[in-house]
Write a protein of this length. Structure first.
Length: 56
């Protein structure tokens, strides 16, 4: 039986000095990324998903 996600809430805290309460690096990545890089990766992934969805 497929599961449909109607709402997804993601919360994050980004600090300038690089310190946070619970550091969690990106999956498959051992280096620290800037917020701009993270946003770009997310946008790229979303665009890929949309292209796949529209191509069906």
């Amino acid at each position: 039986m497929p599961v449909e996600i109607r709402e997804l809430v993601i919360r994050a805290t980004v600090t300038e000095d690089g310190k946070s309460g619970s550091p969690a690096p990106a999956a498959g990545s051992g280096d620290v990324q800037s917020p701009e890089q993270i946003v770009k990766l997310c946008v790229d992934r979303i665009l890929e998903i949309l292209k796949e969805k529209n191509g069906r």
